[in-house]
Design a protein around this ligand. Structure first.
Ligand code: TYM
Length: 328
């Protein structure tokens, strides 16, 4: 049994990139591990949020966690701001981090675009993420490929502190899917699929209706060659669609290529619509039930209590190492 931790931001609807790259792993891991999954609401306020909408989005993501198959009896599900230790540890780690390493984070560079008035929250976002992970003595962090740099930074900080104060932190490992660890945008397959992209047809959200899914897939960018095969350098659009097909259907990529030999992109895309709708419909049905149930809020409340019970002694150990406070 390994301790597993991961989180998702409650900003907009979760898309198939989040699901195929990260959340799928959460479900697989919950049976044989000690899993903690969080809705990281404090990360989401690194950019301005409408408070009413944020509240709803927190519950949306939590309901989706359960709709994809996470079971609060097997995994701890909770909301980050309900456990104060995240913010507290984040400050301690801030004091063991360097501005140089944070300014090298590609996500910060992309989001701030070298703008001097970029928020401090965006800058120190990876430190809060490191705190999330280290607060639970986490060993495994299932995430998409885009988080690799943040995981490396978390490891660097943990090792740095351990070099100063022995055995303060467990040094975690990232865990990435072999296929679909980075699902690309449907309209521009050179960029990752993202919740914040302006074009809604660049992504498929887990709660999209079949007509929207159809429109987004049929419009997806491909190439003029017309053969259905994976070639990320020359044909990133169709490679991305084949990868999504494979992830949802469980059919290996070479078998998909064989199946569609001689077929056009139109036929393949129509089948991909069916495969996607078939995979998402049961999730959407469960979501609708869970989202309006009282069970959801009870699970989050109990989840926060369980998470806090794990976090408190670990935070006490860390504070003692740093010489903070007088309480034992
Ligand atoms: P977030 O909310 O942006 O994304 C949630 C998860 O989805 C993965 N992901 C993708 N995977 C494949 N293809 C894509 N196009 C794609 N887009 C997103 C992300 O890698 C992530 O695993 N910083 C994190 C949230 C976080 C966290 C943590 C994660 C905060 N604290 C501690 C792990 C541990 C994030 O922005 O996730």
């Amino acid at each position: 049994m390994a301790r597993v931790f991961s989180g998702v931001q409650p900003t907009g609807n979760i898309h198939i990139g989040n699901y195929l790259g990260a959340l799928r792993q959460f479900v697989e891991l919950q049976n044989d591990n000690d899993c903690i999954y969080c809705v990281v609401d404090m990360h989401s306020i690194t950019v301005p949020q409408n408070p009413k909408e944020l509240r709803q989005h927190i519950l949306d993501v939590a309901a989706l966690y359960m709709a994809i198959g996470l079971d609060p009896e097997k995994a701890i599900l909770f909301v980050q701001s309900d456990v104060p230790g995240h913010a507290e540890l984040s400050w301690i780690l801030t004091c063991s981090s360097y501005t140089g390493e944070l300014s090298r984070m590609t996500q910060f560079k992309e989001k701030s675009r070298n703008n001097e008035s970029a928020g401090m929250g965006l800058f120190s976002y990876p430190i809060l993420m490191a705190a999330d992970i280290l607060l639970y003595d986490t060993e495994i962090v299932p995430v998409g490929n885009d988080q690799k740099q943040h995981i490396e930074l978390c490891r660097d900080i943990a090792i740095r502190v351990n070099n100063r104060f022995e055995n303060t932190f467990v040094v975690p490992e990232g865990k990435y899917m072999k296929s679909a660890a980075r699902v690309m945008s449907l309209d521009d397959p050179t960029n990752k699929m993202s919740k914040s992209a302006e074009n809604i047809h660049s992504r498929i959200s887990l709660l999209d209706e079949p007509s929207k899914i159809k429109k987004s897939i049929m419009k997806a960018t491909t190439d003029s060659e017309g053969t259905i095969r994976v070639d990320w350098d020359e044909k990133p659009g169709i490679s991305n669609l084949i990868t999504i097909y494979s992830a949802f259907s469980g059919i290996d990529i070479p078998d998909i290529e064989k199946k569609y030999e001689g077929c056009g992109y139109g036929d393949f895309k129509k089948d991909l619509v069916d495969v996607t709708v078939e995979a998402l419909t049961p999730i959407q049905e469960r979501y609708a039930e869970i989202r309006k149930s009282e069970e959801l809020k009870t699970a989050l409340k109990e989840g926060a209590e369980k998470a806090n019970a794990i976090a408190v002694p670990i935070l006490r150990r860390v504070k003692k190492k740093f010489g903070l406070g007088v309480k034992k």
